[in-house]
Design a protein around this ligand. Sequence first.
Ligand SMILES: C[S@@+](CC[C@H](N)C(=O)[O-])C[C@H]1O[C@@H](n2cnc3c(N)ncnc32)[C@H](O)[C@@H]1O
Ligand code: SF4
Length: 374
Amino acid sequence: MLDFAKFTKYSKPGPRYTSYPTALEFSEAFEYNAYINKLETQDKSRPLSLYFHLPFCRNACYFCGCNVVFTSKEDKMVRYIEYLKREMKILSQHLDTSREVIQMHFGGGTPTFFTAKQLKKIINLIKSHFKNFSKEAEISCEIDPRHINEDQMKVLRRAGFNRVSFGIQDFNEKVQIAVHRVQPYDITKDAMELARKYKMRSVNVDLIYGLPYQTLETFKETLRLAVSLDPNRFAIFNYAHVPWLKKTMRKIDETTLPEPDEKLRIMQYTIDFMEKNGYKMIGMDHFAKPDDELFLAIEKGELHRNFQGYTTKGGADLIGVGLTSIGEGVDYYAQNIKVMAEYEAAIDAGKLPFERGVYLNEDDLIRQYVIMSL
Ligand SMILES: C[S@@+](CC[C@H](N)C(=O)[O-])C[C@H]1O[C@@H](n2cnc3c(N)ncnc32)[C@H](O)[C@@H]1O
Ligand code: SF4
């Protein structure tokens, strides 16, 4: 049982905790040349994990804390692919791209906002730079169920993608309207069926608790519907409300957000409900079926968390490509530029679009180790 009284006093808005130190600690004190030096001196026997940020979405979900570029213009997408290509070319001057790739993730935004043909082009470009993909590589893509068709799923599968993650957030219509993301159940169900048809090894779904108008009762129904889709994994996030950082969140009427007590009740119910329905809790916000490799990894002490969530693939250097993407080495985090025009200008000048980061000293490494172990 959770000790609610203890938890409530820590209930304040804050960023999502995806690293130690968190992205808020990244600064320009970690300079370009230091980053290049880190890339050039990496231990070449360590494998690579690649993250590609594909930032486009058509409409804003008001709760969204991701780094997104809202557009409906096709030429922006075409142009972005060209810059990804150029970024990888510069990257290959500083990084040994023949190292084994054991993990790749397409995140966003909505990667499937790119057409099947465009996705194929992006993947071909990646494979022309990184030629040594492991046969066992974990290759995943974030998908908005409202933007996926069979051609796209086919391209992903043929390129070796074996995991997909669908954003659901909440099935309740009133909640969906309040957050500007109307996504009827059948749309999500169709997307799930497509993933199964193309034999994706693992399907994850994202839910969020703490959204406007959510109550324990409404969230119970969301959980029931989500479990009926039979995903392999769940990510059930606590809503990070940071309107001072994300303008679209200001469109949310704060008086409609559930109180901390209600959120805790939702969390407690969620943990019990997932256990009763055959899912095991993995770390802070993930659940997986007991036969899922994430769960097996806990027992073997091989569970890791990086910017792509929980993974069994530890010991790799993470390289971020694209606007705002984050990379992680043994003792640093590095983040790319967040503004498209500046991102392009850096690449035009023949430089990596690196903006800031943090170098971890011994004290940081100890804290990071303890937090990640917890
Ligand atoms: C890039 S989106 C997933 C793919 C796709 N764009 C979609 O929305 O379906 C990443 C996920 O982060 C979660 N997320 C976004 N903003 C959040 C916030 N402020 N607090 C907690 N989780 C958030 C959502 O669950 C979302 O599905
Ligand atoms: S939650 Fe997903 S679809 Fe919605 S704005 Fe954010 S990235 Fe785009």
